[in-house]
Write a protein that binds this ligand. Structure first.
Ligand code: 4AD
Ligand code: MG
Length: 465
């Protein structure tokens, strides 16, 4: 091998192809396929930098069959050679191999031999599935979306604010939290009245993994003005659906001086920005997913970015559902928490557009949402998407100390004086929302199951790797 030739990624070689023709290149990657005859062998090489493979041509006057034998699907190799214009169809350039180094062979029990494995099969091989075209595409899109999120907020003057993952408060009041403890579970220390005694626990009190960074985010926003969190959140709900994970990533912007209308405007602009970013920067990957899984994907993405979202109060949404004449599995009535089937009816059948549903009954929403003048509804907003249902949940926050305290007392929430202090000292109107990152990735990739858009999904009875 010639040490002077610097390695290039396959993405770079394919992008700069015409300038590099005639030059020596150095490539490394994993073999997708090898085929050919007694005179010439073709290897499709992939290094993860792009969905596209680079064709390596081995001339059998230069390499022996014996030398090429270990190059099977899944093996890893290093090649130097000359980049030439390709005579074959399917690629514009290819490498005429001159030097070969084999890093690792892949015996015939390599699980990803053939194309077209089912997604269920690949879920059981989650440690290897990033090497498939499909998961390569999904993971590159996931990365691009994460970058777009940081870029969007940074460019708007938001600060990235890190809320804790281990917490002693329950942000959503839902009680579906995972506990964090170092207490001996076989002999739990008990208090006199038979409850768990946390005095000797690591934190000296009950602690859990966070379900949301919002409450701490509000502390950031009432100091820095505009903040966003972006980190893992954990929910111990027993939800075995294609849209729920036990560990998922959430993006939570929180804005001082924003009212509900500003919040809706930001949410719509934000989500369109992310989708546009992916459309622009992940063309090949999105095209691949469109061609192989979801023929309507690109049209759907373009449709969402080029249309205004419908804004509709919950009360009107319920009326539409009641008058739809549709048989739903779950009943609809004013006060009901809407199920995914209801949300999707509004979005996919009635409006045929994303919908921002607002002003929900206070009973079905979290304690911190601002009460409307009617005394019955709160300034909530859920953004509902085709195929996904709820992608964003947010609200204007109750900034009135007395009202917030009253609501917390009603619900028996205690030990949150630190949160109430934001309303006690220099309170301001403020708003925020949470975007489920995997739901966004699900929408942009057109995948059907949220377990296929995160490298190592966690869900009930599954914690591999
Ligand atoms: O609607 P949620 O529960 O809202 C909050 O947690 C607020 N604290 C957000 C805020 O105002 N700062 O969750 C927000 C979003 C949902 O709209 C959904 O996209 C996603 O998080 N989400 C989940 N995604 C995957 N798996 C789950 N189990 C999810 N639960 C919620
Ligand atoms: Mg919600």
């Amino acid at each position: 091998m010639d040490k002077e030739i610097r390695r290039k990624s396959i993405a770079t070689i394919l992008a700069d192809g015409s300038e590099l023709v005639g030059k020596k290149v150095d490539v490394k990657g994993w073999v997708r396929t090898r085929r050919g005859n007694k005179n010439v062998q073709f290897v499709a090489l992939n290094d993860g930098s792009t969905i596209n493979n680079l064709q390596i041509v081995f001339d059998l006057s230069r390499f022996s069959e014996e030398e090429l034998k270990p190059i099977t699907t899944g093996s890893s190799i290093h090649v130097q050679g000359t980049l030439v214009a390709s005579q074959g169809k399917g690629q514009s350039v290819e490498v005429q191999a001159e030097e070969l180094e084999i890093y690792g062979t892949a015996p015939s029990d390599y699980p990803l031999q053939k194309k077209g494995h089912t997604l269920e099969f690949l879920r059981e091989k989650a440690h290897l599935r990033p090497r498939t075209n499909t998961f390569g595409a999904v993971l590159r899109i996931r990365h691009a979306l994460a970058y777009a999120i940081h870029k969007f907020f940074n460019d708007k003057g938001f600060y990235y604010f890190n809320s804790p993952l281990i917490t002693a408060s329950d942000a959503e009041g839902a009680g579906a939290q995972f506990q964090v403890t170092t207490l001996p579970l076989n002999e739990l220390p008990l208090t006199e009245d038979g409850k768990v005694d946390y005095t000797d626990d690591f934190f000296g009190k009950m602690a859990c993994l966070t379900v949301s960074g919002q409450l701490e985010g509000e502390l950031g926003a009432t100091a820095l003005g505009l903040i966003y969190t972006f980190g893992p959140t954990f929910r111990a709900e027993n939800s075995n659906t294609p849209r729920h994970l036990s560990e998922f990533w959430m993006v939570e912007p929180e804005m001082a001086f924003y009212e509900i209308e500003d919040n809706m405007e930001l949410a719509e602009e934000f989500i369109k920005y992310c989708i546009n970013y992916a459309l622009e920067h992940c063309k090949d990957d999105i095209q691949f997913l469109n061609d192989h899984f979801d023929k309507g994907l690109i049209d759907r993405l373009n449709f969402v970015v080029s249309n205004d979202f419908v804004r509709l109060p919950y009360t009107e949404g319920v009326k539409i559902l009641e008058e739809s004449g549709k048989k739903f599995e779950f009943p609809v009535f004013w006060g009901a928490d809407l199920a995914s089937e209801h949300e999707r009816y509004l979005v996919e059948e009635h409006f045929k557009k994303p919908v921002i549903l607002t002003d929900y009954p206070k009973e079905i929403k979290a304690f911190y949402m601002k009460l409307n003048d009617d005394g019955k509804t709160v300034r909530a907003m859920d953004v509902l998407f085709p195929k996904i249902g709820e992608i964003i949940g947010g609200s204007q926050r109750e900034e009135n100390y007395e009202k917030l305290l009253g609501r917390m007392n009603e619900l028996g929430l205690e030990g949150m004086d630190w949160y109430l202090d934001t309303r006690k000292y220099g309170t301001v109107p403020h708003s925020g929302f949470g975007l489920g990152f995997e739901r966004l990735v699900l929408f942009v990739t057109g995948m059907q199951n949220i377990r296929d858009v995160i490298p190592f999904p966690r869900y009930p009875k599954n914690c591999e790797y």
